[in-house]
Write a protein that binds this ligand. Structure first.
Ligand SMILES: [Zn+2]
Length: 260
């Protein structure tokens, strides 16, 4: 089995979790975080206790913002380090621009009474690695900065998570070779009117998403759209209706999905 929960980013006016996705952080099997945008603020108590592995797609702020605060919150009680799995490029950005003693402490130079509080694990693109029973394959995607999507597998489930991406041939070739997939989580950040901005920033629109889905020949159980920019959410939802594909739905914030 494999579970995925997109953590909430903000609150609705009645105090409940908002449907808006300002950040990216997906908790898999309750214990491994993919991206860390809302990691500190969006986790429940069980997740805060269980998560010690964080896998990063890339270093844009909406994907890493919660990482420094998560480690800070846990600093005195960590009996093992938070393990950050990322490419060399992403680790370099974190150490240079975030954990630099100016934006936030360089946790890699600090210890609590139990030892280190952060440890980096570098993976090259296209590499496979295993974390807590999850077999993970990093797949380069087409974004403004070096970025990966991930194929995540357990014995009974297989899910692909694109992270931020624009059009890609390489990603779909890899997926098409990987056999049947239970679910694809794919981004769609901007509405069709912002196609130029989507191209410059390397994101998808509903029109581009429709074209990308035609490149997939692998058998996919469900397609969940994520990363809708909050300012355009209603417009994007409306434009997604033009994609005729009954596997397509929008991933609900806060809900736990089970596969396999
Ligand atoms: Zn990005």
């Amino acid at each position: 089995m494999l579970t995925i929960r997109l953590l909430p980013s903000s609150f609705a006016s009645d105090g409940s979790a908002s449907k808006m996705q300002h950040f990216s952080c997906y908790v898999v099997n309750g214990s491994v975080a993919f991206d860390a945008g809302s990691l500190a603020s969006g986790v429940n108590e069980h997740e805060r206790e269980a998560i010690r592995d964080v896998v990063l797609t890339h270093a844009h702020l909406d994907h890493i913002a919660g990482l420094p605060l998560f480690i800070d919150d846990l600093f005195p009680v960590l009996t093992e380090p938070v393990r950050v799995h990322a490419t060399k490029e992403v680790i370099d950005v974190l150490e240079t621009h975030i954990f630099n003693w100016q934006v936030y402490p360089r946790f890699s130079e600090l210890q609590n009474e139990f030892g280190p509080v952060i440890q980096y694990y570098q993976f090259p693109n296209d590499d496979q690695f295993e974390i807590r029973g999850l077999r993970i394959t990093a797949m380069p995607v087409n974004h403004k900065v070096p970025s990966n999507g991930f194929l995540i597998q357990t014995d009974s489930a297989k899910v692909v998570f694109t992270g931020d991406t624009a059009e890609s041939a390489e990603l779909w070739n890899a997926i098409n070779k990987s056999g049947p997939i239970d679910a694809l989580l794919i981004e769609c950040a901007f509405p069709n009117e912002f196609e130029d901005l989507a191209s410059i920033s390397h994101h998808l629109t509903p029109r581009k998403l429709g074209s990308e889905l035609k490149k997939i020949t692998a058998d996919i159980g469900a397609i969940y759209v994520t990363n809708l920019k909050p300012a355009y959410r209603d417009v994007i939802l409306d434009q997604l209706k033009s994609i005729v594909d009954d596997r397509l739905r929008v991933l609900d914030v806060g809900r736990e999905y089970r596969f396999g």
